[in-house]
Design a protein around this ligand. Structure first.
Ligand code: NOJ
Length: 780
């Protein structure tokens, strides 16, 4: 019943968000907070006391069981399932992951609540990264919408679908900042900027969790990977990280802080070491920062196998030593892959031998029990399996996915207003490219066979829209090369007995010739190019930003026909199109279940692109890592020419994105020339739609502090608003820079400071914004 009410609620929410967007109110207010407080919620004492009462009755072995989370594949070979069933019955499991079948969930839950002495229910978690059945755009794409309200709504729907199948918890959002696009997990985050990243982190936590932990139709959010994982050396996934305190506090930690402030109930520890101390046994991170400084009240889970790998790191002697050190550091739960040993069982022995006190063990278990109490699992451990499909197939969810895909698209280039295509003038389209005719590719990474998600491919979307009136020809053009080493996804799919669909190979040379023939005979060609979905995500770094396979050759050959060419890109990282003369480039990221329909709407102007890049679009992996927000160093005049054999300027700047209309900025006005430390700074700017169509613009505000305790970046994003304006309409946008926007962590004082200083300020449509102003901050 709750589920159905929730689904209706989402339909209503979808309507109100659309209305908000239409009225141009989808902005981001820094003060927007969840009503889920990080601590001190009403009823907290009851929850704490209930957990304490349980703890008082539990044996050390039962407590240790709560600290273990096992992978469990619903469709796994029987040999894998029996030992886990038995482990649940013995009270050795506190949580499971990777089950999305409600009947299966109920079966396993029944073992926990009926066969164990303490009858403590299990928590069920899963990687619900950008949707369960209804797939929303890749998180990097959703960040490109610069629309936290839309992102909150999307993850709210993902939560409703998850709860409907019996899940309680997602390992998301990934809030790792990524400034090196070689790193495949750039797919899962919000890009390079801590301000945008914090807005997206908080929005996703609110979406997943609702107003409070345990709200019907919602699940626990687990921001990850705490912390610094996105700075993997060389962009190589799982590689080591060497991060200064300056970057850690000012860039990498803020999205985690925002997620904790929004009330996140869980955090996942990272694989790598920070300052030589593996994150999963890092007392400073897990206790000093997370709990003592930020007041986090939830539980911390390790990344899969990360406790075991403390020994691989060369930190601990063996598994029991690893479990002990992780728990002492502040870890609550170990995530255990199907083929690996779990080590939390040894914690009971550590207590018996006096290496861990009962108080220390209780401290680890308490937040897990509290979360189960908050989720209402003692009262309602089961899910109503008969209601699941109705929630999963709610048409309002598909409408929201379409809306999200349209809002996530970024128009990188549009020469001579090639887009939108003129529906009346076009009689034939050639749809070309290895990603064009695939219902799977639009979904992107982190979608498993058990999601049973269905996507609309680009060719299908275009045909659905114009197939009756326009001739649509298709050629794959070239093969998409396969990854040469297995990804964890392929391994899991193989274990589940549902290997990825294999495309039959084609003869590239012959197919390019055929594609050119189609292009010559069409009014316009739409090339769907990029990376296949398995080329980003976990364990999917790339050392090149060139189009994989012979796609560049295909693109050049089609452009050489002289006919109009639109490129639709699908990737999670910048791609180098080698100065191609394609008339228009529209980045769809991986647009999700409704990708094909969204693409068709955008091509024909039924939707107007308004997204902006959440990453700097550099032309080559040789320029990675990079950021628009760099520290000014020696010889600033030549800052963009640090290579003698090329510029280090991006092809498209952070924040860039065009529209089918145009916008102008004027009257940047700081309310007062000077403010005191601690006072809010009020800024306004006029934004005018100077074109001929209604469209969206993401107005961005950047600052630069001229002098102070430490050097500050050349520009820092400190405000944004996505607004919809009619042709000729002007709106005065108000921004407030709060004291926390103006402060930063300084390695000089090893604390947060707000300096007295002069500041530059810019407002505009990208990080290259030219309209400038200034203000002063002085002492009291
Ligand atoms: C490893 C990944 O790093 C993490 O993000 C994910 O949640 C777990 N595997 C579980 O799939």
């Amino acid at each position: 019943m709750n589920m159905l009410r929730k689904a209706v609620g989402h339909a209503l929410l979808a309507g109100s968000i659309l209305a908000m967007a239409a009225s141009g109110q989808a902005g981001y207010a820094r003060s927007a907070k969840s009503s889920t407080p990080p601590g001190g919620a009403p009823g907290d004492t009851d929850v704490t006391n209930r957990a304490k009462t349980l703890l008082a009755k539990m044996t050390p072995e039962e407590k240790a069981g709560q600290l273990s989370q096992y992978f469990y594949f619903g469709q796994a070979p029987a040999t894998m399932t029996d030992p886990i069933d038995a482990a649940i019955a013995k009270g050795q499991a506190g949580a499971l992951l990777f089950i999305t079948d409600p009947a299966q969930t109920n079966k396993l839950q029944k073992i926990a609540v009926e066969q164990t002495r303490m009858k403590i229910p299990l928590l069920f978690g899963f990687d619900v990264i950008h949707g369960l059945r209804t797939i929303f755009p890749a998180p990097i794409g959703m960040a490109a919408s610069w629309d936290p309200a839309m992102v909150e709504q999307a993850q709210g729907i993902a939560a409703a679908e998850s709860r409907a199948v019996g899940l309680h918890w997602t390992f998301a959002p990934m809030v790792d900042i990524a400034r090196d696009a070689r790193w495949g997990r750039i797919f899962e985050g919000a890009g390079e900027d801590p301000y945008l990243g914090s807005a997206m982190a908080a929005a996703q936590v609110r979406g997943f969790q609702g107003r409070h932990i345990g709200e019907p139709g919602h699940i626990i959010a687990g921001p990850k990977h705490f912390a610094g994982y996105g700075a993997a050396m060389g962009g190589r996934d799982y590689d080591e990280v060497d991060l200064s305190d300056n970057l850690l506090w000012n860039v990498y930690l803020p999205p985690f802080k925002a997620a904790v402030d929004a009330g996140a109930g869980n955090i996942m520890s990272a694989y790598m070491a920070l300052n030589g101390e593996p994150a999963t046994a890092n007392h400073w991170l897990l206790t000093k920062v997370l709990r003592d400084t930020w007041g986090f009240k939830g539980f911390v889970v390790s990344d899969a196998d990360a406790v075991n790998s403390l020994t691989t790191h060369g930190l601990t002697r063996d598994g029991p030593d690893a479990a002990l050190r992780a728990v002492k550091a502040g870890l609550n739960m170990e995530m255990i892959p199907p083929t690996m040993p779990g080590h939390m069982g040894s914690i009971a022995t550590a207590v018996a031998e006096g290496r861990l006190t009962t108080a220390e063990l209780d401290k680890a278990v308490q937040p897990i029990l509290e979360m189960k109490i908050r989720m209402g699992l003692f009262e309602n451990p089961y899910v109503d399996a008969s209601k699941a499909e109705a929630v999963l197939n709610d048409p309002a969810h598909r409408t929201a996915a379409l809306h999200a895909a349209e809002r996530s698209a970024v128009l990188l280039r549009n020469e001579n207003a090639l887009l939108p295509l003129d529906r009346t003038g076009i009689k034939s389209i050639a749809v070309i490219g290895p990603l064009a005719d695939s219902a799977r590719e639009v979904l992107g990474s982190w979608v498993f066979p058990m999601n049973k998600a269905v996507g609309v491919g680009i060719l299908a979307g275009i045909t659905d829209k114009v197939g009756k009136t326009v001739r649509v020809d298709y050629s794959a053009g070239v093969n998409m090369p396969k990854r040469t080493y297995p990804s964890p996804f392929v391994m899991m799919e193989t274990m589940m007995g549902t290997p990825a669909v294999k495309r039959p190979p084609i003869d590239d040379t012959a197919e390019i010739a055929r594609a050119v023939g189609l292009a010559k005979n069409a009014d316009v060609s739409v090339l769907v190019l990029g990376e296949s979905q398995e080329m980003s995500g976990e364990m999917a770094s790339r050392a090149s930003f060139d189009l994989p396979g012979r796609q560049q050759e295909l693109l050049d050959a089609v452009v050489a026909t002289g006919k109009p060419v639109v490129v639709l890109l699908m990737s999670a990282r910048p791609l180098n199109l080698k100065n191609s003369k394609a008339g228009a480039i529209l980045d769809l990221w991986y647009p999700g279940s409704e990708g094909g329909h969204a693409a068709a709407n955008l091509l024909f102007g039924d939707a107007v692109p308004g997204g902006k890049l959440p990453i700097s679009w550099i032309p080559s992996a040789a320029q990675a890592p990079t950021t628009y927000s760099y520290l000014i160093s020696h010889d600033q005049a030549n800052a963009m020419h640090r290579y003698w054999d090329g510029s280090n300027e991006p092809t498209y700047a952070f924040g860039h994105g065009l529209s089918y209309t145009s916008f102008t900025y004027s009257n940047l006005h700081v309310q007062q020339p000077s403010y005191h430390v601690g006072e809010p700074v009020k800024v306004s700017v006029d934004l005018t739609n100077s074109g001929k169509r209604t469209g969206d613009e993401v107005a961005q505000l950047y600052i630069h502090q001229r002098s102070g305790t430490s050097s500050r970046p050349i520009r820092e994003l400190k405000g944004f608003q996505r607004v919809t304006l009619k042709p000729g309409e002007t709106r005065t946008l108000q921004f407030t820079l709060t004291p926390s926007d103006l402060r930063y962590w300084s390695a000089v004082t090893r604390d947060w400071v707000q300096d007295e200083s002069a500041f530059d300020i810019w407002a505009g449509g990208s990080s290259n914004a030219a309209l400038a102003g200034s203000f002063e901050i002085s002492g009291r």
